[in-house]
Design a protein around this ligand. Structure first.
Ligand code: CMC
Length: 365
């Protein structure tokens, strides 16, 4: 018997949500290719698809939107956020999800789970929008949940049709990715029959780590650090080849080829890039070229976080909020996974550890 470090070869659930073929670079939501989903469906339609399994008709979508609109934050949450010192937005989000769970009103119930998930999606938009407003020192308020993606863009004053479509696409691309660390953390919590809000609180703490959700911010800071396309080669030789540092935004536990979401992220980053940010984009494109060449034998490719930060920057969000945008997008996927697990194959997740400490000894007293 041996341990399966990183649980790389352990399957903990069945899923009808997301299919990934890491060798061929395929990602499907409920059977639909990710690129088809992102080009043809809205954020709300995709969220419905993930939670209910089918693309909604008009009436179904309207009902789902009404659940999302119920995600109004109570006054006490604004007071709570107001006490947070400036710092990690994901830790703030985790605290708010935990606080919303205090009254224990969202118990598991097959009749209510999906409706509650809709409400929690609405709550999540309000949570992250208000964490952003708090950090920026602006007035907090419940945002308009009839169209939460556009309402979120209002906080950066960059709400126009082109930007809204781009943010919506990014949020669809990030919506689910099978069971990475954050979704697994949520599953572990949900498997104890702890509620959905508490499960999201666990997920936020796992997602903030630099090996997971933190990569979009760090990749963007990497481009800033390099500074210009001319600096890419010397920087790469010094940091990646000589010092053996990890190139952020490259590599993936599952993909051994191009991540299929990259195509859309790159397309949107190019589309939205304005003159002020052209130098950062050109630096990223040159770094991608140099790194692809260097890593080709190891089959290490860019991941979504290589490009998403460029896009979020164009949408007016500061780098410290990039992980939050990823987390907010992922809330829907996490909810869909914990509902699927608890409704279909609920079992307490309780793995074992192989003891390798001192055999037996006695206290001499
Ligand atoms: N830069 C340099 N070398 C790398 C990188 C990288 N980004 N990624 C993997 N390698 C090398 C690694 O050093 C190892 O080499 P060797 O066999 O010579 O020791 C080999 O590739 C295999 O690496 P691994 O650690 O077994 O790969 P993993 O599946 O555990 O790592 C990863 C996946 C995402 C943690 C890693 O690629 C990494 O650290 N990337 C940088 C951080 C990053 O961009 N994270 C975002 C991940 S995707 C979004 C998400 O899941 O949230």
């Amino acid at each position: 018997m041996d341990v399966d470090l990183g649980l790389e070869n352990t399957y903990i659930k069945h899923t009808a949500l997301t299919y990934i073929d890491g060798n061929l670079g395929i990602l499907r939501y409920r059977g639909y290719d990710i690129n088809e989903v992102v080009n043809k469906l809205s954020f709300m339609e995709t969220a419905y698809l993930m939670i209910y399994g089918e693309i909604p008709d008009y009436k179904e979508l309207e009902t789902f939107k009404s659940y999302v609109s119920d995600g109004i934050l109570p006054e006490r949450i604004f007071s709570m956020i107001d006490t947070f010192p400036n710092g990690d937005p994901l830790s703030m989000a985790s605290s708010v999800f935990a606080s919303l769970a205090i009254d224990n009103t969202m118990k598991w119930s097959a009749n209510e789970n999906k409706k509650n998930a809709g409400k929690i999606i609405g709550l999540s938009f309000n949570i992250f929008a208000n964490i952003y407003l708090h950090i920026k020192g602006k007035d907090m308020h419940n945002i308009d949940l009839k169209d939460p993606v556009r309402a979120l863009l209002k906080v950066t004053n960059k709400n126009n049709e082109k930007n809204a479509k781009a943010l919506e696409a990014a949020m669809i691309l990030y919506m689910d990715h099978e069971i990475p660390a954050s979704t697994t953390a949520a599953l572990v919590t949900a498997s104890t029959l702890s509620d959905m809000l508490s499960s999201l609180s666990s997920a936020m703490n796992a997602l903030k780590g630099p090996l997971h959700g933190g990569a979009a911010e760090n990749a963007f800071l990497e481009f800033i650090d390099i500074g210009s396309p001319e600096n890419v080669r010397p920087w790469f030789e010094e940091h990646i080849i000589k010092n053996k540092e990890r190139l952020i935004g490259f590599g993936h536990r599952v993909y051994r080829t191009y991540d299929p979401r990259i195509k859309k992220f790159r397309e949107l980053s190019l589309l939205l890039c304005d003159e002020r940010n052209k130098r950062i984009l050109d630096t990223a494109l040159e770094l991608e070229k140099v790194a692809l060449d260097y890593f080709k034998e190891k089959r290490i490719y860019p991941n979504t976080d290589f490009f998403s930060g460029l896009l979020f920057n164009e949408l007016g969000f500061e780098h410290w909020f990039f992980t939050s945008l990823f987390a907010l997008s992922r809330v829907t996927g996490i909810l869909a996974h914990i509902i699927e697990y608890n409704e279909n194959e609920q079992r307490l997740i309780r793995p074992r550890a192989i003891y390798n400490g001192i055999n037996e000894r006695f206290i001499e007293k």
